[in-house]
Structures are given as structure tokens and as C-alpha cells.
Ligand binder design. Structure first.
Ligand code: NAD
Length: 335
């Protein structure tokens, strides 16, 4: 039996992790506090810490957790850019993650954002509620026959490409590795051609030092006037100031974000009674052609159930000394 401290617990985490825990014999304790230097003490005496994308697992936090006796960091997410993997390794803390829990849900959300932006569903809905049935300003474009550029053709990029191909879009792709699943569906092209020819650009690549601000002033300059950019991957892929300039100049016709570079301290919390201090984010909210969701692309019942089951299985497998190598995060994955 392992003692598991779950940090940053929301009601939905508790529900799904508790259900999955019924099939395992661990003691699982839920803390609402996010994991940081001040809250590490809560993990005293626990073998396992279960954390999420917005928990900061830097050198200080990991060192404190190691002192408290933590041996496994069970991430209930796929991304690990919030974890100092090298330090964890040097401290002998194993990192487990859930590499794939529902790539379909993320791809479907990316397309939901595209449709909402194109047909301005958010504006139309608000108008109708006010008894305004005018169509002025709601003109959309037919997606069939247009070109979509998919940057990153791993699990989620492939599914997004397939959905859009089903809509009748021509699909361009860019990835250092050609995914055979896209044979006959997408045409791999250099990035500059993807930028120049795409009506919609969707990002599906990880955030690494190489991909940081891949969308910047120079890349925006290469894009088609009126392009739609959708980012459901990681906020740091986009230099927000550059896309704001692109929106003001009209090069960017639509922007859809499920992630934001400075989302820490904003996303996942109800701040409706607070003043937003981030002026860049506040500027984004003023554009009629920007849609933002708060890192909810993963958020489906299927995903929560898969995440909880794999997280509990990772913990049991770790205890049995047989953690699936595909679920272990190693420092060789990070530069
Ligand atoms: P994946 O590892 O299956 O695929 C990523 C692909 O990106 C790989 O094919 C890789 O070769 C490619 N890539 C790496 N560097 C690249 C570069 N410089 N240019 C182009 N392609 C590059 O990952 P995935 O599961 O498809 O996830 C994609 C992204 O979605 C990740 O950033 C992940 O963190 C994010 N994500 C977001 C949510 C959400 O809720 N918003 C949920 C899950 C995943």
C-alpha cells in the first residue's frame, strides 16, 4: 500500500481518482492546495505525490519533497514542462505520467474553437439573448476547400488533420518526423510554405527550448492575410505580443487559444470577482475575433476516467517494481 498525496484537487479530480482508487489498495489523501515550497510539508510521510500541469516542480520543491520521503511523482497529465526532471532523477524521485488519455478530445476541442471562431457562435449567442437577430458582422467562410496547416503531427495533430480532412480541407503538415498515418491525408511541407498557404494553422507540438515562441513576429509576417491560428498545445509556443500586433494589422483574422503563456495564476480558478492584472491577457479579451478557453481541451469524462485509471495503475506498478517504461519521464527527454 502506498500513501498518495494528491495536490491541487478539484471536485472532478476527487471524484474520478476516488473511483479509480477503489480497484487499488492505496491510501489516497486529497489536498486542495497547489504544490509549491509552502505546501510541500503536507507531503510529509507520503510515498507518492500526484500533481497537475499547473503545479511547479522546480528544484526547491523537489528537494523538499525528497526530504519528506516522496519517491514517486505521479503526474495526472501528459506534459512535464513544469518539472525539473534532471533534479528529480538526481534525487531518486521517479516521474510517471499519463502520456495519452484522450487525444480525440483535444483534437475535437481544437476544431470546436475553429468552428466557433469562423461562425462567431459566441457573438451570435449573445446577440440572440438580447433579441438582436441581425446578421451584420457574423459572416463566416466555408471551410470545405480551404487549407489547414497542422504543426506537429503526433497523436493529437494526426486526429485534428483527420477531422479537418473529413470537412474537406486540404491538409498541410510540418513535423521533423513524417507520420505514416497521414499518408494520403496530409502533404508534408516546409514551415514557410505551411505559413504562406494555410487559411487555418493549428499547433500540436510540445513546448521545448526549440519550439518556444515558434509563432513570433517573423512567422506571422509569412502568413496569409486573415489567417486563423489555434493553439491547444502550450502557451509558450506563441509570443503573445506578436499575435496581438498581427490581430491589429489584420494579418491574423482569428485567434483561438486554449493555453496562454502566462496562464499560471489565471486558469483553473474562478477569478470572476477579481481584477485581472495581466494587461496582455486583458488586451486579448477585447478583440471580437479571439476566443479563449481556459486549458479545457483535455476536459472530457473519457479523459478524466482514463487519467485516473492510468495514474492509479502507475502507482501500483511502481510499488510492484514494474512501472511501464512508456509512462516514465526521463531526463533524456529534455534538453
Ligand atoms: P505527441 O508527442 O504525440 O506529438 C507531438 C509532435 O510534435 C511529435 O510528432 C513531434 O515530432 C512534433 N514536434 C516536435 N518538435 C516539433 C517542431 N519543432 N515542429 C513541428 N513538430 C514538432 O504529443 P500530443 O499528445 O499530440 O500533444 C501535442 C500537444 O498538446 C502537447 O504540447 C501537449 O502538451 C498538448 N496537450 C494539450 C492539452 C490541453 O488540454 N490543452 C491536452 C493534452 C495535450
Amino acid at each position: 500500500m502506498m500513501k498518495v498525496a494528491v495536490f491541487n484537487t478539484k471536485a472532478y479530480d476527487k471524484q474520478y481518482l476516488s473511483e479509480a482508487a477503489q480497484n487499488h489498495s492505496h491510501e489516497v489523501i486529497f489536498f486542495e492546495a497547489p504544490l509549491n515550497k509552502n505546501t510541500c510539508k503536507l507531503a510529509s510521510g507520503f510515498d507518492v505525490v500526484c500533481a497537475f500541469v499547473n503545479d511547479h516542480l522546480d528544484k526547491d520543491v523537489l528537494t523538499l519533497l525528497s526530504k519528506e520521503g516522496v519517491r514517486l511523482l505521479a503526474l495526472r497529465c501528459a506534459g512535464f514542462n513544469n518539472v525539473d526532471v534532471k533534479t528529480a532523477e538526481s534525487l531518486g524521485i521517479t516521474i510517471a505520467r499519463v502520456p495519452a488519455y484522450s487525444p480525440h478530445g483535444v483534437a475535437e476541442h481544437a476544431v470546436a474553437i475553429m468552428l466557433a471562431l469562423n461562425r462567431q457562435i459566441y457573438r451570435a449567442h449573445n446577440r440572440i439573448r438580447e433579441g438582436n437577430f441581425s446578421l451584420e458582422g457574423l459572416l463566416g467562410f466555408q471551410m470545405h476547400g480551404k487549407t489547414a496547416g497542422i504543426i506537429g503531427t503526433g497523436k493529437i495533430g494526426v486526429l485534428t488533420a483527420k477531422i479537418l480532412s473529413g470537412f474537406g480541407l486540404h491538409i498541410l503538415a510540418y513535423d521533423p518526423y513524417v507520420n505514416p498515418e497521414l499518408k494520403g491525408i496530409a502533404e508534408y511541407v516546409p514551415l514557410n510554405k505551411l505559413y504562406a498557404d494555410s487559411d487555418i494553422i493549428s499547433l500540436h507540438l510540445p513546448l521545448t527550448p526549440d519550439t518556444y515562441h515558434i509563432i513570433n513576429a517573423q512567422s506571422v509576417q509569412q502568413m496569409k492575410k486573415g489567417v486563423m491560428i489555434v493553439n491547444t498545445s502550450r502557451g509558450g509556443l506563441i509570443d503573445t505580443q506578436s499575435v496581438i500586433e498581427g490581430l491589429k494589422s489584420g494579418i491574423i483574422g482569428y485567434l483561438g487559444l486554449d493555453v496562454y503563456e502566462e496562464e499560471d495564476g489565471l486558469f483553473f480558478e474562478d477569478l470572476s470577482g477579481h481584477v485581472i492584472q495581466d494587461d496582455t491577457f486583458a488586451r486579448l479579451l477585447t478583440f471580437p475575433n479571439v476566443v479563449i478557453t481556459g486549458h479545457q481541451a483535455f476536459f472530457t469524462k473519457t479523459a478524466l476516467s482514463n487519467i485516473a485509471e492510468t495514474t492509479l495503475k502507475n502507482i501500483s506498478d511502481f510499488e510492484a517494481g514494474q512501472l511501464d517504461p512508456a509512462n516514465i519521464v526521463k531526463s533524456e527527454f529534455v534538453k
